[in-house]
Design a protein around this ligand. Structure first.
Ligand code: 7TS
Length: 408
């Protein structure tokens, strides 16, 4: 099940370009956003050239075509995560908006003073701050599943927290820093045993391995198109039908209503109830094309390829004196390698690597509490996707040796 990486790379025009220093782009920052294949770029281009119109509003040819394309993409996205029905896919801007939507509507309808929400210590800010905001407003309680020394979640501590009767458990399927893949099915089953609703942050899982919402029994799952070969500006929230049905709308305006009077409105049916105003139509088309593209390569093959690259990268990085890796062993993680280098600031590492075209991110990666736990302000992070090669890992490693030379 090995990928034809050369063929895959030929589909990504950006990977053919050079940087200002004449170096080939070695893109190791797909955790932040992935690159886009021709199939996605062309689908969006074709949409604007052929079919652009507003959706759900006109009876003319273009409006009907645009509406059909927008809704066909929803079916593709629904099938991709094995949602029972496309109505259960709400288009959002990104994972951040998906989680905020749940906090804003489900949270405000269901959580009151003293109610417990369980999160984890490895969350991205987008699965922390919406709950902080709700806490400020509702005085809910927040507790956190600790991250253990081996960079996995402490499920015994989780079981103990569950005894306090949480209303909601919201957690990342895969950490964007540690790469840890959390046992989502088990976390959800345990939450359901005590009657809690679950939110899965799928920003880093859905792009990288097959995620099946029915198998997980997830109540909500949020993810972003831009991290899975699709465009920026669009993401999705999956929700169980009964939960979505009962939730009040999020934003008010056009398209989300069935009927409006001067002093009242009746909300539309799903999924339109949550999609106020003109949405990101071309982006939805691109999202659908991205899903088609990923399926044409095969999610299991992508996961296996990333696993091989990650194993190789961890082995090679570990050999470098002064490099400290943050994350579990390769069998428990996805394609992320966050590290520090003794005596060199992570930003300097990233800047020097960039001279040779090697693109890694440095900082707290929107997981400041996690870095605080380790007593460090930042890490450098390389991340891998279907188009990365072992050669690129070698370039990263050579680059780090260069950094070491420069800093003595
Ligand atoms: N959750 C996780 C686990 C993430 O990794 C990210 C983005 C988000 C949520 C938010 O996604 P967005 O599309 O709404 O922005 N992570 C990163 C990152 O690691 N570097 O840049 C963005």
């Amino acid at each position: 099940m090995s990928l034809n990486v050369n063929e895959i790379r030929s589909q990504f025009p950006i990977l053919q370009r050079e940087t200002a220093t004449g170096a080939r782009v070695v893109y190791l920052d797909s955790t932040a956003t992935s690159q886009k294949p021709l199939a996605v770029i062309e689908a969006m281009n074709d949409y604007y050239r052929r079919s652009n119109a507003n959706i759900h509003r006109g009876v003319h040819t273009l409006a009907e075509e645009a509406t059909a394309l927008y809704e066909e993409a929803r079916v593709k996205v629904a099938n991709f995560i094995h949602a029972p029905h496309p109505q259960q896919i709400i288009y959002t801007r990104n994972t951040t908006e998906s989680i905020n939507l749940v906090a804003y509507t489900w949270g405000r309808a269901n959580l009151k003073m003293g109610d417990l929400v369980i999160l984890t210590e490895m969350e991205h800010h987008s699965n922390l701050v919406p709950w902080h905001m709700l806490q400020a407003e509702r005085d809910i309680r927040l507790e956190f599943i600790p991250v253990r020394a081996d960079f996995t979640l402490d499920l015994d501590a989780y079981r103990a927290l569950l005894e306090q009767g949480p209303k909601l458990v919201s957690f990342t399927h895969m950490s964007n820093v540690l790469g840890t893949i959390n046992p989502a099915r088990e976390i959800i089953r345990l939450a359901h045993d005590v009657g809690a609703v679950t939110v899965v942050d799928g920003a880093q899982s859905v792009p990288h391995f097959a995620v099946d919402v029915q198998d997980l029994d997830a109540d909500f799952l949020g993810f972003s198109a831009h991290k899975m070969c699709g465009p920026t500006g669009i993401g999705a929230l999956y929700g169980k039908m009964d939960l979505l049905d009962e939730m009040p709308p999020f934003l008010g305006g056009g398209d989300m209503i069935k009927e409006v009077k001067l002093r009242s409105f009746r909300p539309n049916t799903l999924p339109h109830k949550f999609e106020a105003g003109t949405p990101a139509i071309a982006e939805a088309v691109g999202f659908g094309a991205a899903v088609d593209y990923l399926l044409s390569v095969g999610m299991d093959a992508i996961a296996e390829h990333e696993h091989q690259i990650t194993e190789y990268a961890l082995d090679r990085l570990e050999e470098i004196p002064g490099v400290k890796l943050f994350g579990p062993t390769a069998d428990k993680k996805g394609g992320v390698a966050a590290f520090t280098l003794d005596g060199v600031h992570p930003h300097d590492v990233a800047q020097i690597l960039d001279r040779d075209g090697v693109a890694v991110r440095a900082g707290h990666h929107c997981a400041q509490p996690l870095h605080e736990k380790f007593g460090i302000p930042a890490t450098s992070r390389a991340s891998f996707y279907l188009y990365n090669t072992k050669d690129e890992v070698d370039m990263l490693v050579n680059g780090i040796y260069k950094v070491k030379e420069l800093f003595g």
